[in-house]
Design a protein around this ligand. Structure first.
Ligand SMILES: Nc1ncnc2c1ncn2[C@@H]1O[C@H](COP(=O)(O)OP(=O)(O)OP(=O)(O)O)[C@@H](O)[C@H]1O
Length: 647
């Protein structure tokens, strides 16, 4: 098996094959960092540093200007204080080592000592100010970034959410906000370390020009070691992220309520546990590999630093012996070298961390941009207040991917408003897709959808949504109270009890609510204390009540009775008919063809194409697909059940 870059080559575990049908190597969103990662060299990092710092500052500025100013000012001032401190040390040493009586020398050193103390006090105060302001800033930055993430994600077209690539980006970008938060503290430390490094380097250069390269030599090994380890960690993360996710997936399956019955009944628990253990052990082996490499790199770096330190102090000694440097200067040089090398160490570590976080913030920014491009357009042509019909003209639509045929293929049909229109067809014939296009959730690849004479493509999408209420097959069971589950049908308006009661009555859901332990205030989420679970049929009625509460001009009901018993089914269809006779347009999708008899118009779809249209009786008379499906269903009721054979 070919080794991957950096020697990371996880074995493809059995679990990976099992869960994903192959090795977990396909491109995840994380891989978008690949190129950026390759640039994780010292030079590239230094080149990118200003823009990273500017980015952090911009984020901080957006979140809290005052706190951002405080952090920046405090960190710059702390760095400068360090330079002043070093000069004061030099002065103290110079006085103490100079000739003359001890008392005189001590007295001479007093002003510099006072200056040193003052610098220390000021530094401490500045550090406190910076800590406080950073602490204030961090959660705000995270909040601003997360809010924007959620706002943008909620505003994109459905097609974007269903797009594999965009979803990956959504997934990876969710880590960006926490990274943005961490970037603030890293940036503050980078500014501080950079300024104190410059201060130390400046002081060293003033003391003796030979000292500066010595400082660099001493610090390079730890910089190299930090970089190498970061690079390995990052690459490992890259390669193993899918594996980690699969592990989470399995552990989630073991505890989630939906899987619990099968886990117990089919004894799936030990099977899942076996795979979880195998995956966890493989991940552990990777951690151990990284730790061994880090230890080795650390040892090499330490040896190199030791040699560099010996060379540095030997050079200082040689300069002293040759009389090229005063003793006081050498003392200050030692302190400056220690300060400088620790600043450089910090700088490398923090820049490295900053760079890593920036990769995730980069994902977040990419998401912001892409989400803005794929957002549901705001504004547009107004739709007629009271349209007579919606007309599909040669509409074709394919879902992204490589489906063998379009979901809708050159469909031309009319939906007269104020009537019941039924969509009929076998599984996968395109009924749900058609209503989603009607609701504006997708736009046609070809053709037009006209509301009277206004093309929905250029219409005000907000207005379009206002006019539609939908009970989808997989409508959302919100983990809120029953009241909210209905009123969420129009959450932009204040909740009114009157409308709520009307909607429940329209959907025949009063009994469902009456049976709940706390009526409308019952929490419909079993995972919470006091939560209650309803049956599929009970949920379905609540879903219809929600759509009724919305009061859209067009009510779309997709398989409204799939989970209902025979009595409830009849009742729900009666309610739907009642809605239509009150002027409401109903677009009904159902496989129960007996219930379609009450429709004013039936459109029959087959493999994405419209094959028949007409009244239910007319279609029965024609003897086409509708009549065939109808006869098949009717036969099931009329066919005699064969009597069991005797003997
Ligand atoms: N979100 C989606 N992404 C990709 N393909 C989809 C998606 N939804 C539906 N399809 C495909 O589009 C075709 C039409 O599906 P659609 O759900 O519109 O059929 P339907 O008539 O409502 O079926 P059913 O009676 O089973 O509900 C099918 O081939 C289906 O596989």
């Amino acid at each position: 098996m070919a080794k991957k870059r950096g020697g990371v080559d996880p074995e493809v575990s059995e679990s990976e094959r099992l869960l994903f049908g192959g090795p977990l190597r396909y491109d995840m969103g994380w891989n978008q960092h690949h190129d950026a990662f390759l640039e994780l060299s010292l030079r590239a990092m230094v080149r990118r540093l200003p823009s990273l710092l500017a980015e952090s500052f911009r984020l901080a500025w957006q979140a809290d200007r005052r706190a951002a100013r405080t952090v920046l000012a405090a960190e710059v001032a702390r760095g400068l204080a360090q330079a002043v401190g070093l000069l004061a040390v030099n002065s103290v040493l110079g006085r103490l080592i100079a000739g003359g009586a001890l008392e005189e020398r001590l007295r001479g050193a007093v002003p510099a000592l006072v200056a040193m103390t003052a610098v220390m006090v000021v530094s401490t105060l500045l550090r406190a100010a910076s800590t406080y302001a950073t602490g204030r800033l961090e959660p705000k930055v995270e909040r601003v970034a997360t809010t924007l993430y959620l706002e943008r994600a909620a505003a994109v077209e459905l097609s974007a959410i269903e797009d594999h690539a965009f979803h990956k980006l959504l997934d990876t970008a969710q880590y960006g906000a926490a990274s943005a938060r961490r970037m603030i503290a890293y940036s503050a430390r980078v500014v501080n370390a950079a300024i104190s490094l410059i201060a130390a380097a400046g002081v060293l250069t003033v003391l003796h020009p030979a000292l500066l390269p010595l400082l660099a030599t001493m610090t390079l090994p730890s910089a190299w070691s930090a970089l190498t380890n970061a690079r390995r960690r990052y690459e490992s993360f890259h390669t193993w992220v899918q594996h980690a996710r699969a592990g989470h997936l399995i552990s989630g399956l073991l505890t989630e309520p939906a899987a619990a019955p099968e886990i117990r009944l089919h004894d799936v628990g030990p099977f899942l546990l076996r795979h979880y253990r195998a995956m966890a052990e493989t991940a552990e082996a990777e951690q151990a590999r990284l730790a061994a490499l880090a230890a080795r790199t650390g040892l090499v770096a330490a040896a190199w630093t030791g040699l560099a330190a010996v060379a540095t102090y030997a050079t200082l000694g040689a300069l002293l012996l040759a009389g090229a440097m005063a003793l006081a200067v050498a003392g200050t040089a030692v302190i400056a070298i220690r300060t400088g090398s620790s600043s450089l160490d910090t700088l490398v570590l923090e820049v490295n961390a900053l760079h890593e976080e920036a990769l995730f913030v980069g994902d977040l920014q990419r998401l912001y941009t892409e989400a803005a491009e794929r957002a549901i357009p705001v504004g547009g042509e107004p739709l007629p207040e009271d349209p007579r019909e919606v007309r599909f003209e040669h509409v074709s639509f394919s879902y992204p991917g490589d489906a063998a045929r379009p979901a809708l293929d050159d469909v031309t049909l009319t939906l007269p408003l104020g009537r019941i229109v039924a969509l009929v067809g076998e599984n996968g014939s395109g009924k749900t897709t058609l209503v989603k296009l009607l609701a504006g959730l997708y736009t046609p690849d070809r053709g037009r959808i006209l509301w009277d004479d206004v093309d929905a493509a250029g219409a005000d999408r907000h207005q379009l949504a206002e006019r539609v209420a939908m009970v989808a097959q997989d409508f959302k069971r919100w983990p809120f109270t029953a009241r909210v589950n209905v009123a969420v049908g129009r959450s932009s308006a204040p909740l009114t009890e009157e409308r709520l009661a009307e909607s429940l009555a329209e959907a025949g859901a009063q009994e469902v609510v009456a049976d709940l332990p706390h009526g409308l205030d019952t929490l419909l989420a079993r995972q919470f204390n006091g939560g209650h679970e309803m049956s599929g049929g009970q949920w379905q009625r609540l879903g219809i009540a929600r759509a009724a509460y919305r009061r859209g001009r067009i009510l779309i009901v997709d398989e409204p009775t799939a989970a209902l018993d025979a009595r409830a089914e009849v009742e729900v269809f009666d309610k739907i008919r009642a809605l239509a006779s009150a002027g409401q347009t109903v677009v009904l999708i159902t496989h129960r063809l007996a219930s379609v008899r009450h429709a004013d118009l039936v459109h029959v779809l087959d493999q994405g194409r419209l094959v028949e249209s007409g009244t239910p009786d007319g279609l029965l008379a024609t003897g086409g697909l509708y009549a065939e499906l109808y006869a098949l269903q009717a036969e099931q009721f009329t066919a005699r059940v064969p009597a069991p054979e005797a003997g």
